[in-house]
Design a protein around this ligand. Structure first.
Ligand code: 5AD
Ligand code: SF4
Length: 352
């Protein structure tokens, strides 16, 4: 198969490849990656700031409707300490992620923390936010307070599928989500999006459309990974319809490889969900297309509280232990860890 021109039909065909042909897809994607962005891997320290969330996405373990979750929010000092740690270790960026809230207490608190992080790290640490859909005013406030990048996954780019994954109300509107992505670009963030792979009801055609959607949005960063069921969610009832975990993992690898071919110079994460389904998931993703890893810097005592899906790894491990393991994985994948660099995506830099 010729991978240089990927039409929708070809993407669908590529998503079904096996054996030698699949290997040739991976080899092609590796070459594209090396030529476009080289073999550097950038770290983004992940802080799971709070699991309080106003939403009720059908797939997520911390949805508001799950009453078996102890809700937490990090103390300000814990956030600043994690930021200092990321800075000291030479990470280019910190990702502050949280359940979705839009009340003023929350939005002002985030603005405050952004300013404090900037002070504590002399403006040398870039901050990425992943805090869901917000108003233009809030996006501006946070941008002005020091955030550089924003991650907002579209989750599923087919509006009909999106509707089956979310309650049918204004808080969970597909149109608002796409508008939020436009607002982020307008308010001059580097923008990231992504999807879940192997969802119930999802077809290969949906996945091909997801890749085309991401390309059309012309984003700078992508984080996508396998859907993993969680017992305390409405989608759990469809677990018998899912592909096996092995197949969801493989499908995720194919998506990473294809997107690297379609968007050679973006930043793409090897996600935690990939590692959950395969112990070497992240290194495999690095080999065939990913170039970003998000080590978890959330204080250990909170990690049990941020279980979006089952079997999430590293919830009992000390940070330094996981970091050492990661460093080894990166080497095994033939990549080098880039410390002391922001690692903005080449795609963003060349946008001008
Ligand atoms: N499986 C995989 N990913 C999930 N997310 C939420 N729930 C799940 C799940 N069950 C992802 C969503 C969200 C990100 C923070 O976590 O894509 O955007
Ligand atoms: Fe809340 Fe995000 Fe989970 Fe949806 S996916 S319920 S917005 S934390």
């Amino acid at each position: 198969m010729d991978f240089s021109e990927l039409s929708k039909d070809k993407i669908i065909e590529a998503l079904s490849l096996e054996g030698e042909e699949l290997q040739s897809l991976y080899d092609y994607a590796s070459k594209v990656k090396l030529a476009a962005v080289g073999n550097k891997v950038y770290y983004r320290g992940l802080i799971e700031y709070s699991n309080r969330c106003a939403k009720n996405c059908f797939y997520c373990g911390v949805r508001q409707g799950n009453k078996n979750v102890d809700r937490y929010t990090l103390q300000d000092v814990e956030v600043i300490e994690a930021a200092r740690l990321a800075h000291k270790k030479g990470f280019g960026s910190l990702v502050l992620q949280s359940g979705e809230r839009s009340d003023t207490v929350f939005t002002e608190k985030i603005a405050f923390l952004l300013r404090e992080i900037r002070k504590a790290t002399k403006g040398e640490l870039h901050v990425t936010l992943s805090m869901g859909e917000q108003s233009e005013q809030t996006y501006r406030l946070w941008r002005e307070s020091g955030a550089h990048r924003y991650l907002l996954r579209i989750e599923a780019s087919n509006p009909a599928l999106y509707k089956r994954l979310h309650p049918n109300n204004a808080l969970h509107s597909f149109e608002k989500r796409t508008e939020a992505l436009e607002l982020l670009r307008k308010t001059s963030y580097q923008v990231g999006t992504g999807v879940m792979i192997g969802l119930p009801f999802q077809t290969l055609e949906d996945l091909a459309d997801d890749l085309l959607f991401i390309k059309k949005m012309d984003v700078d960063m992508v984080g996508m990974g396998p859907y993993i069921e969680h017992e305390a969610t409405p989608l759990f009832q469809f677990r018998d319809q899912l592909l096996s975990k092995e197949m969801r993992f493989e499908l995720s690898m194919k998506m990473v490889a294809l997107l690297r071919i379609m968007m050679p110079d973006i930043n793409m994460a090897a996600t935690t969900a990939m590692q959950t389904l395969h112990p070497e998931g992240r290194e495999k993703a690095l080999k065939i297309g990913a170039n970003v890893i998000m080590p978890n810097l959330t204080p250990l005592k909170y990690r049990e509280g941020y279980l979006l899906y089952e079997n999430k790894p590293n919830i009992h491990e000390e940070t330094d232990v996981s970091l050492e393991k990661l460093r080894q994985s990166i080497g095994k994948a033939g990549c080098v860890l880039a410390l002391g660099e922001w690692g903005d995506s080449k795609h963003f830099r060349e946008r001008g």
